[in-house]
Ligand binder design. Structure first.
Ligand code: AOF
Ligand code: ZN
Length: 358
């Protein structure tokens, strides 16, 4: 199952709206097939692994990170494929919450006389597939918030200088993290200040996540990198219903997709933003700031994972804080996270924090 989880992770960031599943087929203690969900979400993991196993799948055990599907979609059900291949036993990590499957895959397998074991490495699989489950159950993707800052939590000097605070090792790590998400998201302030390209570069990865900019008024530079490359790598703009209609048309002509969202106190509501992204099929979103967007996401309690990169440099109170005003008066009401991982990257420290289970 551990190998199946690792294989499943290969698909992360490129299978949406489908989950990134892994499958390993073992016969007489030997691995005879490995598969994972292919880019775009199909074929599913099981037929990939079964094709590799061929006739050796007969009497074998299939380890899958998610319940095999039971529905006729664009491909026949994976449960049927496992039955047809003569698999003797299926070991699964978690049950699929897609209503077309949810338990029916296991029922199909058992009805065909296959021994089914579930719940193996369930918490690991649930963490990997959390975005898919959240999209189905709550309509919103998994959200990772990245903060790369100085020792004193700043992301730019008073004059706006920000390149570079963290070192090359951290920045490479950020590119690798972008690649495991379906989309990279920033606020309009960052799009104006940094003119970012928001692509994955220099790590030997060819696929690109969707680039999302949250801008109520669509005040994103029309001559910037995002505008110039909107035809090459998708750009989605989340804007208010009151955005200028000419700007909407201009961005559409540039090749961007426009998604109007509900407002909340002068800016786009974080919940509406995430629901809009979920309704487009996104399961994992990587937000890279800036401070205003980070604050609104933290205040709305929608940050599932926080990744912090801290460099050994201090800027002081004149600098731009990585998180804008939160309006926290009592510590008891401040957003708090559990530390799950800590690593040195060159001269920087990276920490991964998770929203505590409730
Ligand atoms: C599996 N193995 O590798 C994946 C599964 O649109 P379709 O027909 O491709 O079906 C998508 C659904 O299939 C998705 O919502 C989820 O329930 C399941 N994904 N199932 O057996 C896989 N990716
Ligand atoms: Zn399937």
């Amino acid at each position: 199952m551990s190998l199946a989880l690792a294989l499943g992770r290969r698909g992360q960031g490129r299978t949406w709206p489908n989950p990134a599943v892994g499958c390993v087929i073992v016969r007489d203690g030997r691995i005879v097939g490995r598969g994972w969900t292919q880019p775009g979400g199909r074929p599913h993991a099981e037929p990939q692994a079964l094709a590799q196993a061929g006739a050796q799948a007969r009497g074998a055990t299939a380890y899958v990170t998610l319940e095999p599907c039971a529905h006729h979609g664009q491909t026949p059900p994976c449960s049927q494929a496992l039955i047809d291949a003569g698999v003797a036993r299926v070991v699964a990590a978690v049950t699929d919450s897609d209503p077309r499957v949810s338990g029916q895959g296991f029922d199909m397998l058992r009805a065909a006389g296959i021994e089914v074991t579930t719940g193996v490495m369930a918490s690991e699989a649930a963490a990997d597939l959390q975005g898919f489950f959240q999209k189905i159950e709550q309509g919103r993707p998994f959200l990772t918030l990245k903060l790369a800052s100085t020792l004193d939590g700043r992301i730019a000097t008073a004059t706006g200088e920000s390149q570079w605070i963290t070192g090359p090792e951290s920045r490479r790590c950020v590119h690798a993290m972008r690649a495991t998400h379906d989309a990279v998201m920033v606020g309009a302030g960052t799009a104006r200040a940094d003119d970012p390209s928001l692509t994955v570069r220099d790590i030997g990865v060819s696929h690109q996540p969707v680039r999302v900019v949250v801008s109520r008024r669509l005040d994103v530079p029309l001559m910037g990198k995002l505008a110039r490359t909107a035809n090459d790598v998708p750009v989605w703009l989340l804007h208010g219903h009151d955005a200028d209609a000419n700007l909407v048309r201009t961005w559409q002509d540039l090749g961007a997709m426009l998604l109007p969202c509900a407002q909340q106190g002068g800016h786009l509501g974080p919940t509406a933003v995430l629901q809009a992204l979920g309704s487009q099929g996104l399961t994992r979103v990587f937000c890279e700031g800036g401070g205003a967007l980070a604050a609104s996401l933290l205040a709305a309690d929608v940050v599932d994972e926080l990744v912090t990169f801290t460099a050994g440099i201090a800027i002081g109170a004149e600098g731009t804080p990585s998180v804008g005003a939160l309006g926290v008066a009592a510590l008891a009401r401040a957003p708090r996270f559990d530390l799950v991982e800590q690593r040195r990257l060159g001269q920087d420290i990276m920490c991964i924090w998770r929203k505590p289970e409730r």
